[in-house]
Design a protein around this ligand. Structure first.
Ligand SMILES: CC(C)=CCC/C(C)=C/CC/C(C)=C/CC/C(C)=C/CC/C(C)=C/CC/C(C)=C/CC/C(C)=C/COP(=O)(O)OP(=O)(O)O
Ligand SMILES: O=P(O)(O)OC[C@@H](O)CO
Ligand SMILES: [Mg+2]
Length: 227
């Protein structure tokens, strides 16, 4: 399923974390719609290449979520490009993107690129600190960012990012209500099938990350719960 509009569930694998071949096989053959390779710490060309080539043994869409220009390598099905809408710095909204396009613009296959409008809501996650995100947002602020993403920037994805903590279900519900075309991705803190099901009521796509490394069985159960 290479059309993200059909997705409901994805796993996010971190190139900086260790996963055995056996566990990787379970993840790739779980019935999830795709694997996102991404993280915020120590993402290198080497660890991205290593993880990508291992995932490539399986018939599953494999996406690089770009977090540093230095770790972009060819061979993925798609490249997700985050732009952090609630960052206080233009660096994470447009500057790094400008630099990267200046470097790769001539050789880029634009059809492989999908821009994600990130709204980071966990003040304690690494991505919030890195991007100096203003996480002190009201519900109206969040839905306004969602509208900016869809109605003004026409972004294909609006990503409510609570990485490491379970988000506010009401925020996800209200955000979904203001989006018609843009797909709503939810990620953060999902550790059980039940939690995944709750967020899948409103999010178009539920992203499951850290629990893969702490409780694989629980991670695998989120697939069936969502699909
Ligand atoms: C040669 C070749 C293949 C060319 C391809 C062309 C191509 C794809 C070019 C890219 C062009 C482009 C526009 C690139 C953008 C460059 C860039 C560096 C953009 C900035 C991205 C950004 C805003 C990063 C900030 C961090 C962030 C939001 C990361 C997203 C992932 C995330 C939040 C992960 C969670 O991290 P984790 O480590 O799991 O955190 P926890 O500890 O909380 O779990
Ligand atoms: O790792 P968790 O907390 O599941 O979050 C998933 C994803 O949104 C991280 O970017
Ligand atoms: Mg993580």
């Amino acid at each position: 399923m290479y059309d993200i509009n059909e997705w409901k569930h994805v796993f996010k694998l971190d190139p900086d974390k260790v996963i055995s071949d056996e566990d990787l096989e379970k993840i790739c053959e779980s019935g999830t719609d795709g694997i996102i390779v991404g993280g915020s710490d120590n993402i290198t060309e080497d660890n991205v290449l290593n993880l990508m080539s291992r995932i490539r043994r399986y018939f599953i869409p494999c996406v690089l979520e770009v977090s540093t220009a230095e770790s972009i390598i060819p061979g993925f099905d798609l490249y997700f490009i985050p732009t952090v809408l609630n960052s206080r710095s233009t660096k994470w909204m447009i500057d790094l993107h400008h630099e990267a396009v200046k470097e790769y613009g001539e050789i880029m296959n634009w059809d492989e690129l999908i821009v994600e409008g990130y709204c980071i809501l966990n003040p304690d996650c690494k991505a919030a600190a890195l991007t100096d995100a203003n996480t002190n947002l009201s519900l109206d602020d969040v839905t306004a960012y969602a509208r900016v993403a869809e109605k003004m920037y026409q972004l294909p994805i609006f990503y409510l990012e609570y990485s490491g903590m379970l988000g506010d279900l009401a925020v996800v519900e209200q955000t979904k209500k203001v989006l018609t075309k843009t797909k709503l991705f939810y990620g953060g803190g999902i550790t059980s099938a039940e939690e995944a099901k709750h967020f899948a009521q409103f999010a178009d796509v539920v992203v499951v990350g850290n629990v893969i490394y702490t409780d694989l069985k629980a991670a695998l159960k989120t697939v069936e719960a969502v699909k």
